[in-house]
Design a protein around this ligand. Structure first.
Ligand code: ADP
Ligand code: ADP
Ligand code: ZN
Length: 216
C-alpha cells in the first residue's frame, strides 16, 4: 500500500497519516518532520533548509528528493508507505516516479485533502507540534490529554512558520507550485479528492473507504 497525501498546509495530512500508520503498520514519510529534525540538529542539510522553511518557501527539490530516496530504501518501506508533504512540485513528482520504477513499486492512491483557506488559517494558527514525534495537536480542535505534552511524552511547541504572515505565504506557494499536482495525478487516474472538513474520525473513515476499495 503506497500512498501520497496531497493538500495544502494545515489540511490534516499529518494527523491522518499518523492514524493510518497505526492502523496498517506502514511508515509515514514526512519531509517536513525530517527537515525540522535536520534543522534542530544543525546538520549540513538542516543549515541549508532553515532559511527556506522560516520564510515559508519550498526547500530546493534536490534536497527533498535526496531525503525521500534514502528513506524509501529502508526496509520498513517494503510493506508500503505514506508520503506526507512530498511531492510538492512537478519536478519532485517526476523524480518519485523514477525512484519507484527503479524499485518496481507504484503509487496506488493520491489522496487529496481539500480544505478552504479560512479553515486552514485557523488550523495552523492553533497548531501545536510535538518536538519528539512530530504529531500535531490543536489548541481547540485536538487538545492533548496532558497540557503541552504529546501522548509520546514529547513537548509541544508552536512552529516558527505557523505565524499568520508565513501561513499566507505558504498558502500562496501551495497554489503556485503544489496544486498543479492535482492535474498531474488526475492524468494518471490516481487522484482521490476528499473533503477535509469534518471531525478527524470522519475524515479518517473517508480515507479508509478509499484504501479498502469502498469508494474512489
Ligand atoms: P505543513 O504540514 O504545514 O504543510 P510541512 O511540515 O509539510 O508543513 O513542511 C514545512 C516546510 O518544510 C515547508 O514550508 C517547506 O519549507 C519544507 N518542505 C517540506 N516538504 C517539502 C517538499 N516536499 N519540498 C520542498 N519543501 C518542503
Ligand atoms: P498538515 O500535516 O496537512 O499540515 P496537520 O495534520 O498538522 O496538517 O493539521 C493541522 C492542524 O489542524 C493541527 O493543529 C491539527 O490538530 C488540526 N486538525 C487536523 N485535522 C483536523 C480536523 N479534521 N478538524 C479540525 N482540526 C484538525
Ligand atoms: Zn510526540
Amino acid at each position: 500500500m503506497n500512498l501520497i497525501f496531497l493538500g495544502p498546509p494545515g489540511a490534516g495530512k499529518g494527523t491522518q497519516a499518523k492514524l493510518l500508520t497505526e492502523k496498517y503498520n506502514i511508515p509515514q514519510i514526512s519531509t517536513g518532520d525530517i527537515l525540522r529534525g535536520a534543522v534542530r540538529e544543525a546538520t549540513p542539510m538542516g543549515v541549508k533548509a532553515k532559511g527556506f522553511m522560516e520564510s515559508g518557501a519550498l526547500v530546493p527539490d534536490e534536497v527533498v528528493i535526496g531525503i525521500v530516496e534514502e528513506r524509501l530504501a529502508k526496509p520498513d518501506c517494503v510493506k508500503g508507505f505514506i508520503l506526507d508533504g512530498f511531492p510538492r512540485t512537478v519536478a519532485q513528482a517526476d523524480a518519485l516516479q523514477r525512484m519507484l520504477n527503479g524499485l518496481d513499486r507504484a503509487i496506488e492512491h493520491v489522496i487529496s485533502v481539500e480544505v478552504d483557506n479560512a479553515e486552514l488559517l485557523e488550523r495552523m494558527a492553533g497548531r501545536r507540534t510535538c518536538r519528539a514525534c512530530g504529531r500535531g495537536y490543536h489548541v481547540t480542535f485536538d487538545q492533548p490529554k496532558v497540557k503541552d505534552r504529546c501522548e509520546c511524552g514529547g513537548e509541544l511547541y508552536q512552529r516558527d512558520d505557523d505565524r499568520e504572515e508565513t501561513i499566507r505565504k505558504r498558502l500562496t506557494v501551495y497554489e503556485a507550485q503544489t496544486a498543479p499536482l492535482k492535474q498531474y495525478y488526475a492524468g494518471e487516474s490516481l487522484l482521490r479528492p476528499i473533503s477535509g472538513i469534518g471531525s478527524i474520525d470522519e475524515i479518517q473513515r473517508r480515507i479508509v473507504a478509499i484504501i479498502e476499495g469502498r469508494q474512489g
